[in-house]
Design a protein around this ligand. Structure first.
Ligand code: 3PG
Length: 402
């Protein structure tokens, strides 16, 4: 159901769950993409004369009130972007939330404090979640699900509340769902998937599903070294997930048997090490073939030959989905690979999708606009679980399946 199916919203209180889990540097929001992505729905609700009660989380305060995770910076930024004051309640469902929600006039927006201050929000105990969801439901007449980044979480403000109030998907959840479902069910080919990031273990289920659906799977970033090891190469001090070398070997064989391309780096940028916090590299960054990494050095980015190989493959595709960096892009010297992939995605003559909160923040940091891509997802874990082919509770509940 869409917002239109909720009927005349004038004077009605709409509880809307957004994903405003934005990166912060102190009190400063360093990437407000997730807030901007919810604006069309919030504007539509305001124009309809709704009284908008926003639920959101920030970080993982684990059921404890902790000012470090207050949504105050989000309320301020949201107000600036909407061009109107957004009041922040002092609690989630307590007296302040109830008063703030009750005091809303038509077209006004208020934000409740971090839903994860409440133990029930993430509880595994359904009864505890429902008890909290009932309190959320008392803040409004209808529910709109707009936090695509959290639809993989079976949590009170995402899942349980949708069973208690007339519910609909917001424009962002609808758009994200449409893009990912098109990619998985009816992609224009060639369909290329680019995966990166540090941990291969986080991406195994995605690789498994996408090896079946895509024509080419490109693997870079820290996770590539476990694949290089599986090919029989030594990887020096690069990130290596010994426990998954055999699994990666299996994927290489599976790809070969199915006539799919599984592309790995052919050269890499290496160094003795790096200090992530200080953003410095130990010694010089050099380029070697990926089968010639010395024992005392580790791969920290893909090399120039690989950049070209990956970029050419991406540019020749009709559908591209990218999740995860090619190297330690936060350090300038190690950002070339990730930049090359981001740029190649802007040149795709077809649908290019940037998945993942971190990848989205990275492309913006590199100076690209969201409009340079077919779609920049607001979902990190959620988009990965979608690509794994999993059912996402926050979506299925809207379809009345649960
Ligand atoms: C995200 O940042 O991916 C979402 O906001 C979900 O956050 P979580 O992984 O803490 O549930």
């Amino acid at each position: 159901k869409s917002i239109k199916d909720l009927g005349d919203l004038k004077g009605k209180r709409v509880v809307i769950r957004c994903d405003f889990n934005v990166p912060l540097d102190g009190d400063t929001i360093t990437d407000d993409g997730r807030i901007k992505a919810a604006l069309p729905t919030l504007d539509e609700l305001r124009e309809a004369g709704a009284r908008v009660v926003v639920l959101a989380h920030l970080g993982r305060p684990k059921g404890e009130v902790n000012p470090k995770y207050s949504l105050a910076p989000v309320a301020k930024r949201l107000g600036e972007l909407l061009g109107t004051e957004v009041k922040l309640a002092g609690d989630v469902v307590g007296p302040s939330a109830q008063e703030t929600a009750a005091a809303l006039a038509d077209g006004e927006v208020a934000l409740m404090e971090n839903v994860r201050y409440e133990k029930g929000e993430e509880s595994k105990d359904e009864a505890e979640r429902i008890e909290l969801a009932k309190k959320y439901a008392e803040l409004g007449d209808v529910y709109v699900s707009e936090g695509f980044g959290v639809v993989h979480r079976k949590q009170a403000s995402v899942y349980d509340i949708a069973k208690l109030l007339p519910s609909a998907a917001g424009l962002l959840v609808k758009k994200e769902g449409d893009v990912f479902s098109k990619v998985l069910s009816d992609p224009e080919r060639p369909f290329v998937v680019v995966l990166g990031g540090a941990k291969v273990a986080d991406k195994l289920a995605v690789i498994d599903n996408l090896l079946k659906l895509a024509d080419t799977v490109i693997i870079g970033g820290g996770m590539a070294y476990t694949f290089l090891k599986a090919q029989g190469h030594e990887v020096g001090s690069s990130l290596l997930d010994e426990a998954n070398v055999e699994t990666c070997k299996g994927y290489l064989e599976q790809a070969k048997a199915a006539g799919k391309q599984l592309l790995l780096p052919v050269d890499v940028r290496i160094a003795k090490g790096m200090d992530f916090d200080a953003k410095t590299v130990d010694g010089a960054v050099t380029v070697v073939k990926s089968d010639a990494i010395p024992a005392d050095q580790g791969g920290l980015d893909i090399g120039p030959e690989t950049e070209k190989l990956f970029a050419d493959t991406i540019k020749a595709a009709k559908t591209v989905v990218w999740n995860g960096p090619m190297g330690v892009f936060e350090i300038e010297e190690l950002s070339n690979g990730t930049k090359a992939v981001a740029k190649a995605l802007t040149e795709v003559d077809g649908l290019s999708v940037v998945g993942g909160g971190d990848s989205a923040a990275a492309v913006r940091e590199f100076g690209h606009a969201d409009s340079d891509f077919g779609h920049v997802s607001t979902g990190g874990g959620a988009s990965l679980e979608y690509l794994e082919g999993k059912e996402l509770p926050g979506l299925t509940v809207l379809e009345g399946k649960n």
